[in-house]
Ligand binder design. Sequence first.
Ligand code: ZN
Length: 68
Amino acid sequence: MTLINCMNCGQLIVRKSFHLCSGCLLAQQEDVKKIKTYLSTHPWASMIEVQRMTGVSLKTIRALASNQ
Ligand SMILES: [Zn+2]
């Protein structure tokens, strides 16, 4: 068992496949949905544009982009 701090809010959690606590994971999944929906209609959007249009933080967008 490995304990880590949630990457987003710093809460101490048992590490599974994600580096986020369940609350932040849920929020991130919502963000992913927003980004995917936006990109399906704007496939060439820049990160800045995605941030402006979806309200998802640039930090989150970068983290998601580097996971792919
Ligand atoms: Zn968290």
